[in-house]
Design a protein around this ligand. Structure first.
Ligand code: FES
Ligand SMILES: [Fe+2]
Length: 436
């Protein structure tokens, strides 16, 4: 539970809201590389309430600019994209990817007016199949978050993306909430328990159903925290514990344990106070690629279907998130009933998260022991926003870790063994799932 003041501080990101000011201090994914082609249509995006245009110029380089033309504000998303610049339709001004006004053809030929104007262009990177931008104060531009997958080849990465009609915080709260897997994702967990999967096997996630009330243990780290969900299990007649760790990386990343050779990372990018774009990055190591059959399976398990230009599915409160009550009927469907009636892992998350309203009223919650990671995330991010307002260094921006070494993991251990010594501590254990 949060009081109203803290709920607003946690969730509001537009304009001068402290959480938005904090979020602009980190590199943010803004689109996927494939969304813009050289001299092709610019894309209009909204991030943290700001309106921007993204385009790939004639040299293949990407620019992220304020959407409004520096002349009189027409949208540069309507612009022509040619000769290494966007040309505004209204009076023909041309702006390059860095924000430099390179031509003002509606001014006299000898005018030097353009040299006095600079449009706002933002630092841009392309890595891991994503376009990233930094919207904060140039003097605080942070190190690029080089996660273990950001230097992989395009064929080694497959990213599911979908827009959510809800605030960023309640979206990421779903990603650091171990207990919901047993209920909301019951269909998926039963498929895993029966030997189904979409990664070619491996991993222990098929054990999730052994215990619907995992104990959460949390460890703060320089970039956020990791938590272990500890479930009681039995192996060869002996009591064991299934431990699965998840990493929260400030401000908006969740890294999950994946089968050996895979990485699963999720990021929740705030569009404005009431909308978020979710990216689920699947990446493979070494020489392995994610070929078409894998891509099709990942997409099928996610449940994500056709998207509109703003990455929304036709799946919202107006159609009850397409919940199928017939599929939920145990008597009718026996073991093949659907617990949620929503087909797919990401659609289930989307449905319940949107059903909480655009911004959940956290003054009315009743948090239990299964919510400890959610509580910790809120506390750390509220603290980070307040620190940033005071001019102190916020979470994950003070160094002391390498993004590429942040590894979740899982293991089956004997009671009494400390998970921190087997799967837990950053840097001590490789990324991979340990087999028992
Ligand atoms: S508004 Fe863009 S050139 Fe005039
Ligand atoms: Fe989920």
């Amino acid at each position: 539970m949060l009081n109203k003041e803290d709920n607003d501080l946690l969730t509001r990101v537009e304009g001068d809201a402290p959480m938005g000011v904090l979020m602009r201090r980190y590199w943010m994914p803004v689109l996927m590389s494939e969304d813009v082609v050289s001299d092709g249509a610019p894309r209009r995006i909204k991030i943290l309430g700001g309106k921007y245009v993204v385009f790939r110029d004639s040299e293949g380089k990407v620019g992220v600019l304020d959407e409004a033309c520096p002349h009189r504000g027409a949208s540069l998303a309507l612009a022509r994209n040619e000769n290494c610049a966007l040309q505004c339709l209204y009076h023909g001004w041309r702006v390059d990817r860095t924000g430099k006004v390179v031509e003002t053809p509606s001014e006299p030929a000898d005018s030097t007016f353009k040299d006095k104007i600079r449009h706002i262009g933002y630092p841009v990177r392309e890595a891991g199949g994503l376009i990233w931008a930094y919207f904060g104060d140039p003097k605080f531009e942070p190190e690029f978050p080089a996660f273990e997958w950001t230097d992989r080849r395009p064929e080694q990465i497959y990213t599911i993306r979908v827009a959510q009609r809800c605030n960023w915080a309640q979206a990421i709260e779903g990603a650091i909430d171990a207990a919901h897997a047993n209920f909301l994702h019951n269909d998926l967990m039963r498929r895993l328990a029966e030997g189904g999967d979409y990664t070619g096997g491996g991993g222990l996630q098929n054990l999730t159903l052994v215990d619907g009330a995992p104990t959460l243990e949390i460890q703060n780290l320089p970039y956020g925290f990791q938590y272990a969900a500890v479930r009681n299990a039995v192996s060869d007649g002996k009591p064991m514990q299934y431990v699965r760790t998840t990493q929260f990386v400030a401000p908006n990343w969740a890294l999950f344990s994946a089968p050996e050779g895979w990485a699963f990372n999720q990021v929740f990018v705030p569009i404005d106070d009431e909308n978020t774009v979710f990216y689920f990055i699947h990446a493979r190591e070494g020489d392995e690629i994610i070929d078409e059959p894998y891509r099709a399976k990942i997409l099928e398990w996610s449940g994500v279907g056709d998207l509109d230009d703003d990455f929304h599915m036709d799946f919202h409160s107006g159609n009850m998130w397409r919940q199928d009550r017939d599929l939920m009927d145990r008597k009718k469907h026996g073991d093949h009933f659907s617990f949620s009636g929503m087909t797919g892992n990401q659609t289930e998350d989307l449905g319940v998260q949107e059903s909480m309203g655009p911004i959940e009223d956290r003054t009315r919650e009743h948090l239990g022991t299964s919510d400890l990671a959610v509580i910790r995330m809120r506390r750390l991010m509220l603290d980070a926003a307040r620190r940033n307002t005071r001019g102190e260094t916020p979470l994950a921006l003070g160094g002391g870790f390498l993004y590429g070494e942040i590894r979740p993991g899982e293991d089956l251990i004997e009671p009494g063994v400390r998970w921190q010594e087997t799967v837990g501590s950053r840097g001590e254990v490789p990324a991979t799932t340990r087999t028992v």
